[in-house]
Write a new protein. Structure first.
Length: 496
């Protein structure tokens, strides 16, 4: 514990964001470049080095938070980087994208603002790259075993890196033209610039991991052939089957899924296309869904120059502080949070009729109506009670030239004759792939990692799944493993 009184003398200070007027003109990350390192050592001083650090349990990776907080407070960046990477393959991803359940579990958060664990994490990650502390770690010897990893999102990449470092020959198959999964085409660049991803992919390649992009397993290569080529297969295909909105007017043009919209905007940033065919420029946009994907659509639409943007959330507006009875510490509470996108929309008044920032809370879509050409022109909604029954007299109509559905996902895609059928995989009642306590399916040598089995979850859970499944594969191939297994397949976040 570097400063026994740090949590008493130092107030919480987060990485400052650039002004709204500046950042909506580009796709760069929203934070002020270089503004984190000058404050982060004092912020790390606020860590109390608790006897029982609940931040460990709140994070599925088991990150050694008090250890690297103390090291940062002493400016020992090399050792801090070692301790951070001991549990997390990609801290620059989680430090930018994770909602930080570790902070909800911080003991200081019982009666004070939590330690800025997420900011300290990303500071260590960025400093380790800056100082050359992340060299490739190729294995000393090869096992002679080959593993296929299907999918290159965070779960697939973590599994691939762990297995490569264990000495196996790993090939990652990705159906898109570039590796990264949702990190590449789902997450907007203003939340994580893609050079962070490229840097890690280069590290994996230098360690020996092979990437085969534009290859869809089940279409370009059959499941039987994949099993013949490799001694084991890890399926990390994600939960990409999106939920639909079954209301009248859904067939109108101009209504799209969020994951039809966001990848196109990312491809503009990649330089693949000049303008997105679904651009929100000059349009009245309504986003149905109050989660992070909806917020990503919001920030994207603002940058594309939408005439207005409104986000509908079916839940009531959360309170500003934790409800200690319903969601006691150290669980992750549902409180009102202001993302960068919501801050932008609130300041720009993109939705004048919204309750707060761009959001309408307790709002449920009734139907869509369109013009003579069959294009959507309006969304009809009503306010709802907690049981989702309509509130009398609350019906409203919003202009809508572009509607984006951000309603979450319900498991991996299951096309007839596709990957799931070719492998002969069992599917559970949630629509996700069934597996046993060792991450294995009932098909010998085939394992599942990430959202494909867990269901839609957080990036920290995806990385933890990748690490744990890699340990299971290594044990199956060699009879033993030294790889870390931070979670089991049935572990879940802390709840009441």
């Amino acid at each position: 514990m570097a400063d026994p009184k740090g949590f008493l003398t130092t107030t919480r200070q987060e990485w400052p964001r650039r002004s709204v007027g500046e950042r909506i003109k580009d796709w760069d990350e929203v934070y002020v470049p270089g503004a984190l390192l000058p404050i982060v050592e004092r912020q790390a001083d606020r860590c109390m080095d608790c006897g029982i650090p609940f931040c460990h349990d709140a994070c599925p990776l088991g990150n050694l938070v008090p250890e690297w907080n103390e090291l940062v407070s002493r400016a020992d960046w090399r050792t801090a980087a070692d301790r951070l990477h001991a549990t997390n393959n990609f801290p620059e991803f989680t430090g930018r994208l994770c909602p930080a359940p570790c902070e909800a579990g911080c003991v200081l958060a019982i009666n004070q603002p939590a330690v800025t664990i997420k900011n300290v994490e990303v500071a260590i990650a960025d400093r380790s790259w800056q100082d050359g502390l992340n060299p490739p770690r190729p294995p000393d010897r090869h096992s002679g075993k080959a593993v296929a990893v299907v999918g290159s999102g965070p779960a697939g990449l973590a599994a691939a890196q762990q297995l490569t470092r264990a000495g196996h020959t790993v090939v990652v198959y990705e159906r898109e033209d570039r590796a990264g999964g949702l990190l590449r085409y789902g997450i907007p660049a203003f939340k994580m610039e893609k050079h962070h991803l490229e840097r890690r992919l280069a590290q994996l390649r230098d360690e020996g991991t092979v990437f085969r992009t534009s290859v869809a397993v089940g279409r370009d290569i059959r499941a039987a052939e994949l099993r013949t080529r490799h001694d084991a297969v890890v399926l990390a295909v994600g939960a990409t089957a999106w939920r639909e909105l079954d209301v009248p007017g859904r067939e109108l043009s101009g209504i799209h899924q969020a994951m039809e919209y966001l990848p196109l905007a990312n491809r503009v940033c990649e330089g693949d296309i000049d303008t997105s065919p679904l651009s929100a420029a000059g349009k009245h946009v309504v986003i149905v869904g109050g989660g992070d994907t909806g917020a990503d659509c919001l920030g994207t639409a603002v940058r594309e120059g939408a005439a207005s943007v409104t986000q509908l959330d079916i839940y009531e507006r959360p309170g500003d502080v934790r409800d200690e009875l319903a969601e006691p510490w150290p669980t992750y509470p549902k409180v009102y949070r202001l993302s960068g996108a919501h801050e932008e929309a609130g300041e720009l008044r993109t939705a004048p009729a919204a309750d707060a920032d761009a959001r309408l809370f307790a709002a449920s879509t009734l139907r869509f109506t369109g013009d003579a050409a069959g294009r959507v022109s309006a969304l009809h909604l009503t306010e709802v009670e907690a049981d989702r029954s309509p509130r009398p007299g609350t019906r409203r109509v919003l202009p809508a030239d572009l509607v984006l559905l951000a309603l979450g996902f319900c498991g991996p895609e299951r096309t007839p004759g596709g990957l799931v059928e070719q492998f002969g995989l069992a599917v559970d009642g949630r629509g996700t792939l069934a597996r046993d306590a060792g991450f294995a399916t009932d098909v010998p040598g085939v394992f599942v990692a990430g959202d494909a089995a867990r269901g839609q979850s957080l990036i920290v859970w995806a990385i933890a799944e990748g690490r744990a499944s890699a340990a299971a594969v290594d044990r199956w191939l060699t009879g033993a493993t030294r790889l870390a297994a931070p979670i089991g397949p049935y572990d879940r976040p802390m709840t009441v």
